[in-house]
Design a protein around this ligand. Structure first.
Ligand code: SF4
Length: 227
């Protein structure tokens, strides 16, 4: 496996990304995706949790063949896996599904290191040799994401990281889903407003922070993909 964490970006790349980040701060997601496609395709991938598919819908409008990566941890809700199949068929996605390596057998679901072996390491393997990734991260998702840039260099994965929806709110997402008649993950109507793996996700009460249902009561707030 290539150790992409050792990749050192050039000063000129960092300067270019800095400039792009500034100029794209107020751009709509479609414009940001188009920039990313022009600059990095075919070495551009999209990582999607399939909680919602707004980013997928926007990205395939720019590049119908863009590679979409789904991290199958082996612990997803059946509804999530069915939703992935449904969305993949709808768009004819160029879908890559990752799986944990054999080392995951020694790391039970939900324990320390679980996300590392079921998400981070498989993603690292999937993006080896690529240049950039698109994510659906939003600043409103969590305090840890409040200052997320539009474009940056992701040292953890050795990739340029592009967050086209960083400035969007949950209402923006809902409006887009409604306006474009997108399919909705079936667990959302059951109170799962942030959907991860089944062992570490619970529904939230009305008015509760959506991400309070993730790793509830453990103090953990991120899985390692975004810091
Ligand atoms: S979200 Fe939970 S079950 Fe899924 S990989 Fe992370 S710790 Fe494991």
């Amino acid at each position: 496996m290539a150790d992409t964490s050792t990749v050192v970006p050039s000063e000129s790349l960092l300067s270019e990304l800095d400039e792009a980040n500034r100029s794209l701060e107020t751009a709509p997601p479609g414009t940001i995706i188009a920039w990313a496609h022009e600059r990095f395709a075919p070495d551009l991938v999209l990582a999607c949790s399939f909680q919602d598919i707004v980013l997928v819908d926007l990205a395939v409008a720019v590049d119908p063949g863009i590679e979409v990566i789904f991290l199958d941890t082996g612990a997803h809700f059946p509804e999530t896996l069915e939703f992935v199949d449904r969305v993949s068929a709808r768009y004819g996605l160029n879908l890559t599904v990752t799986h944990p390596g054999p080392e995951a057998a020694a790391v039970p679901c939900g324990t320390d290191g679980c996300c590392q072996v079921r998400k981070v390491a498989p993603l690292r393997r999937a993006v080896a040799g690529r240049a950039a990734w698109l994510t659906a991260l939003k600043r409103v998702d969590a305090p840890t994401r409040a200052a997320a840039p539009i474009v940056s260099y992701d040292e953890a994965f050795g990739l340029v990281k592009i967050n086209p929806m960083a400035t969007w709110t949950d209402d923006d997402i809902d409006s887009y889903v409604t306006d474009h008649d997108l399919p909705v993950h079936p667990l959302i109507e059951k109170g799962y407003l942030s959907i991860g793996c089944a062992p570490t996700t619970r529904p939230v009460a009305p008015g509760e922070d959506p991400r309070a249902g993730r790793w509830s009561g453990t103090g953990k707030v991120e899985c390692g993909l975004h810091g």
